[in-house]
Design a protein around this ligand. Structure first.
Ligand SMILES: [Zn+2]
Length: 69
């Protein structure tokens, strides 16, 4: 278990913001995971992007679920 990932609350993904084409971050709050754009401030529900999730997102989500157990 990596302590780096255990503490990470957000991570840079390879997905692009639909609004401004900057890279999206995957971020978690207490009860939810969202996709967030640091460039324009937009946020999107994770489910909108889950079909095209990259390895960063998969690793991040794996860790979120591990933390909840
Ligand atoms: Zn944006």
């Amino acid at each position: 278990m990596s302590s780096l990932w255990g503490r990470a609350r957000e991570a840079q993904t390879s997905l692009k913001c639909p609004e401004c084409d900057a890279s999206l971050l995957i971020a978690r709050s207490c009860h939810d995971v969202i996709m967030r754009c640091a460039a324009c401030g937009a946020s999107y529900p994770l489910r909108r992007f889950i079909a095209e999730a990259d390895s960063v997102m998969e690793d991040f989500l794996e860790n979120v679920y591990v933390d909840r157990m």
